[in-house]
Design a protein. Structure first.
Length: 235
């Protein structure tokens, strides 16, 4: 594939390395200095790419989606912090016959963790003496709190447990991305945990999503299509 990278920080550089290892070509790199480009300007640059992968900033997400829709280039959205605008963005993609896949977390392990949490929440919902809680920790450079992954986990747990519960967020030092979902009772508690030891898992998942979305139309969430994505080829 010819891949356009939008955002060229740590994730962008890692995706480039892994993509080239898989014999994909990086057709275009959009850096932070290009953030003021209008959607039409970016769209002109994107034409000729098979897919774009965005790990930039939440403020740039709508511009990037508009540009990809104009250029008719599928977009894999790895940036978080834009969920408040999800309804408008989904409408934009669907009304313009776009191709879009996003994820609060592209790690395969994290997406399997979602399913474990879903199953556990369904079990504990039968025992009202247990109360749910979520804790998440990240390095001090991460801007959004709670993280997109933590919000996704809260949504999953809330499907089964009606009683409201909070999300505790910590930002400090170089803490690796850590998410815990717990169920606390009077006599005991159960704790589920996912720890990201490197960012390679996110990059590999984003590449899998990019390979999957080419040739498709629509608005997709990575966690909902994970079985199909994994079935499309080896990591």
């Amino acid at each position: 594939m010819r891949i356009a990278l939008i955002g060229y920080g740590t994730m962008g550089k890692l995706i480039r390395t892994l993509a080239e290892r898989k014999n994909h070509k990086i057709a275009l790199v959009i850096e932070e200095s290009d953030a003021e480009w209008a959607p039409e300007t970016l769209a002109a640059k994107l034409r000729g790419a098979d897919v774009a992968i965005d790990f930039s900033t939440a403020e740039a997400v709508r511009r990037n989606i508009e540009a990809c829709v104009i250029a008719k280039v599928p977009l894999v959205e790895g940036t978080t912090g834009w969920s408040a605008n999800r309804e408008a963005i989904e409408k934009l993609v669907r009304e313009n016959d776009g191709s879009f896949v996003f994820g609060a977390n592209f790690s395969i392990g994290a997406n399997l963790f979602y399913r474990i949490v879903d199953f556990a929440s369904e079990l504990f919902a039968k025992f009202p003496e247990y109360e749910a809680f979520i804790e998440e920790q990240h390095h001090s450079r991460k801007k959004d709190a709670p993280s997109g992954t933590a919000l996704k986990l809260k949504d999953i747990v809330s499907r089964h447990i009606e009683k409201d519960f909070g999300v505790l967020s910590t930002r400090a030092g170089n803490i690796p991305g850590t998410h815990r979902v717990g169920f606390a009772g009077n006599a005991d508690h159960v704790l589920l945990e996912h720890v990201a030891r490197s960012q390679e898992g996110f990059a590999l998942g984003a590449l899998l999503a990019a390979e999957w979305i080419v040739g498709k139309k629509g608005f997709y969430e990575f966690s909902e299509i994970i079985d199909e994505v994994l079935g499309s080829g080896p990591i």
